[in-house]
Design a binder for this molecule. Structure first.
Ligand code: GLU
Length: 450
């Protein structure tokens, strides 16, 4: 496939400095070599050249007034990447690190993740470089309303359905949905992750974390292993990390770490889930507060992490659940994990592992679930929310959770059988990329050149 190089050169020339996007594209395109060699139709239809180009990119200005009456200006993004399988679907991220390259990498990943769920959802992503940290509730509301005053015209229940991601949870979805409803004059499921009081789905909040643990369970089961009684490290302390920890406890595992951007907690007795929820979901404070309540736990500030490493991955464990952000786990961290006997990595975050670290996991043949497969439970449950909204019905927590577990099992089976079909049964990066791509590519061919 000589033109992979040409596609890269084209991307670098036409979308300069989008390093995270190049990384995500490289991983997918490299996986596709055996598929492209076997099926010339994808080359004939120029699917690679078409799939790396978003169908539409919306970049806009967001101005809002802070509590001191000072004008603030932020960037707004929505990348509508691919609609072959359904309406654009993917979260909104509010974080100062957000730029066009970050949103593009997330949107690109989302295409294949959403395809893997087996549900009718296309790929999209959006967000802003707005930093929610330290903002008052009124400032959050004013920002969300200003953001929606532009985005509302581009989204809709059958067009593009945003949800949460880093910095966007139930509160922000509420403010954005309120403004959407007012401006569009429509009460429809144009967002997922909504409150349970007005159209949200039971188990949506828990879904990404639960799904990542289900995925680990299925990977391990195939090797005659379980999570029961095993030490697990988790990074992050947002929605994904919290519900990963909750499901790990339900399966009898022992989650011993969590982290935020300032440092990490190591609690040998197991993370106190009630306390973590209180600190992060109610009090909204830094994780360093944890040791005030559990003096036996150890807090390591980020400045004290061993040079060039993420201290979470220095803790010996059986399984690791990276649930913070992109590129949080590098080659040194991967070596540390393998040396400590870790045999399972299931990614709750999007692209948390660097390219070299990922290659090391594949080479070591451990149970390695890449984000687009392992964390697809969140967006899959968003689609279940869309289905309930469209039918104007609600399913019980147990019903949604059972559907989620089945979807995660299907994703695992699809990824592992596809990996086996192409000669590398343990390589779920290969399997997930080919399985996701194939579904989108076939739909694109069948729908003609649009
Ligand atoms: N932000 C989540 C993801 O990365 C969820 C997206 C959604 O529910 O639309 O998949």
């Amino acid at each position: 496939m000589p033109y992979v190089k040409e596609v890269f050169e084209y991307l670098k020339r036409t979308s300069p400095s989008q390093t995270e996007f190049y990384q995500a594209a490289q991983e997918v395109l490299e996986s596709l070599r055996p598929l492209m060699a076997k099926y010339p139709k994808y080359t004939q239809h120029k699917i690679i050249e078409r799939i790396v180009e978003p169908e539409r990119q919306i970049l806009f200005r967001v101005n809002w007034l802070d509590d001191n009456g000072v004008i603030q200006v932020n960037k707004g993004f929505r990348i509508e990447f691919n609609s072959a399988l359904g309406p654009y679907k993917g979260g909104l991220r509010f974080h100062p690190s957000v730029n066009a390259g970050v949103i593009k990498f997330l949107g690109f990943e989302q295409i294949f993740k959403n395809a893997l769920t087996g549900l009718q959802i296309g790929g999209g992503k959006g967000g802003s470089d707005f930093n929610p940290k330290g903002k008052s509730d009124n400032e959050i509301m004013r920002f969300c309303q200003a953001f929606m005053s532009e985005l509302f015209r581009h989204i809709g229940a059958n067009t593009d359905v945003p949800a949460g991601d880093i910095g966007v949870g139930g509160r922000e979805i509420g403010y954005m949905f309120g403004m959407y409803k007012k401006l569009a004059n429509k009460y429809e499921g144009a967002f997922t992750g909504k409150s349970l009081k007005w159209g949200g789905s039971l188990a949506r909040t828990e879904a990404t974390g639960y799904g990542t643990v289900y995925f680990a369970k299925y990977m391990l089961e195939d090797r005659g292993e379980t999570l029961e009684g095993k030490r697990c490290v988790v990074s992050g302390s947002g929605n994904v990390a919290i519900y990963t920890i909750e499901k790990l406890y339900q399966l009898g595992a022992l989650p011993i770490t969590c982290s935020d951007s300032n440092g990490m907690i190591y609690d040998e007795a197991g993370i106190d889930l009630g306390l973590l929820k209180d600190l992060k979901e109610v009090k909204r404070v830094r994780l360093s507060e944890y040791v005030k309540y559990v003096p036996t736990a150890k807090y390591t500030p980020i400045e004290a992490y061993p040079e060039g490493t993420n201290a979470v991955y220095n803790v010996p464990c059986f399984a690791a659940f990276p649930s913070a952000t992109q590129n949080e786990l590098n080659i040194t961290d991967a070596k540390n994990l393998l040396a400590s006997g870790c045999i399972c990595v299931s990614e709750g975050a999007n692209m948390p592992t660097t390219h070299e670290a990922m290659e090391l996991f594949i080479e070591a043949k451990i149970c390695y679930g890449p984000g687009k497969a392992a964390n697809a439970g969140g967006v899959a449950t968003s689609q279940l929310e869309m289905a309930q909204n469209a039918a104007k019905i609600t399913w019980s927590f147990e019903e949604v959770d059972a559907k989620l577990a089945q979807i995660m099992k299907d994703i695992y089976i699809n990824s592992s059988t596809t990996a086996a079909e192409f000669g590398e049964p343990t390589n779920l990066v290969l399997g997930a990329n080919i399985a996701g791509f194939r579904k989108v590519a076939d739909a694109m061919i069948e729908q003609g050149l649009v």
